[in-house]
Design a protein around this ligand. Structure first.
Ligand SMILES: NC(=O)c1ccc[n+]([C@@H]2O[C@H](COP(=O)([O-])OP(=O)(O)OC[C@H]3O[C@@H](n4cnc5c(N)ncnc54)[C@H](OP(=O)(O)O)[C@@H]3O)[C@@H](O)[C@H]2O)c1
Length: 318
């Protein structure tokens, strides 16, 4: 099997028992050993299915640690890994926890998390600020920016950031202007893009023309693209996606992922799959190419970034 060039595995769903999505609460008692085993199986399944890029974060529970361990036996330099700094996981795998993660964009947090994350070398290709927003001041913190430039030079990494929120285009534009020693700092941008939030289109061509990597997250809108009676306002979208899924002979997830690939031409789209079946279904997106007319039909379903993010805030950790 050839390597998959345009889809990566995001590891948020395999590192901690709960993650933001639209599922119902799982009442099973959490078994850490079983959980770790099944997470490793998902990594291995992704690899066996041709995926070679893995995205993680210390904020994703044990995901980064599992990846470090799994890579020790892999010895395959075609694997590329991206991790982040800025969030730590604090829920201790307690399904009843109310606080899951803490955000800290200080220099001391960068130094602390880098200490662990550098174990991903030599597979580590990309080091990202996790959820860079204007309010944490991280994009104005010269000490942090200079440290990132040093990490980049010393380890030949790409420095990236991830964006979350209704002003991601503003954050991306600001980040693209940042230089350290006359050299642009950011090479890679992990951003939200999907049928509902298409705000990235305002800046995507400029990013690609500037040689930046676009890595798309939330391609399935955290599961909101799947038929769900809680979202009656999307019934027309659900119907359209199902018709297209039938026409292209894949699932609606593959159509939604392909929408991202065909309408933006990003470097990668992240799959948030939590099991092998989903990986295989997601990868069916590579069997198809959406017709221009279908891309335009799907483009009409966009909602405003404000609506997208206020709806996303209401999703629970499940
Ligand atoms: N930087 C950030 O701030 C940030 C934020 C979010 C995500 N991310 C990254 O992006 C990655 C992707 O996560 P996402 O939330 O963006 O994921 P997503 O792809 O938008 O959605 C994942 C959801 O879709 C469901 N799903 C996937 N394939 C399916 C299938 N074939 N059938 C049914 N359900 C299916 C999953 O199911 P289950 O309900 O079974 O889990 C999950 O609920 C993460 O792992 C992480 O690496 C980063």
């Amino acid at each position: 099997m050839g390597h998959i060039q345009n889809i990566a595995l995001g590891t948020a769903a395999i590192g901690r028992p709960l993650y933001i999505n639209i599922k119902q609460q799982d009442t099973e008692i959490f078994d850490r050993i079983k959980f770790k085993q099944s997470s490793i199986e998902v990594l291995e399944a992704a690899y066996q299915n041709g995926i070679r890029y893995f995205d993680t974060s210390p904020g994703y529970g044990i995901a980064e640690q599992i990846l470090i361990e799994w890579l020790k036996d892999k010895k395959d330099r075609s694997i590329e890994v991206a991790t982040k700094w800025g969030y730590s996981y604090v829920a201790n795998f307690d399904p009843k926890a109310t606080l899951h993660e803490i955000k800290d964009h200080s220099l001391s947090q960068l130094l602390k998390q880098w200490e662990t994350s550098q174990q991903l070398i030599p597979y580590l290709s990309t080091y990202q600020i996790h959820s860079a927003t204007l309010d944490t001041g991280v994009l104005k913190n010269r000490e942090v920016l200079e440290k990132l430039a040093e990490i980049k030079a010393d380890n030949r990494l790409k420095i990236g950031l991830t964006t979350t929120g209704n002003n991601q285009v503003e954050v991306i534009r600001k980040a693209m202007e940042i230089s350290v020693d006359q050299s642009q700092l950011f090479d890679s941008f992990q951003v939200t893009y999907n049928i509902l939030d298409q705000s990235l289109l305002d800046v995507a061509d400029f990013m690609i023309a500037s040689g930046k990597r676009i890595i798309i997250k939330e391609a399935l809108a955290n599961g909101r693209i799947f038929k769900n009676k809680n979202y009656p306002e999307y019934s027309h979208l659900y119907q359209t996606l199902e018709q297209m899924a039938k026409k292209y002979e894949v699932g609606v997830d593959a159509v939604a992922l392909r929408f991202c690939v065909d309408s933006i031409r990003p470097f990668l789209v992240l799959s948030g799959a939590s099991e092998e079946v989903q990986i295989k279904e997601n990868l069916k997106s590579n069997r198809i190419k959406l017709e221009e007319e279908d891309i335009n039909i799907l483009k009409d379903f966009k909602i405003t970034p404000d609506s997208y993010w206020s709806e996303r805030k209401q999703l629970r950790w499940n």
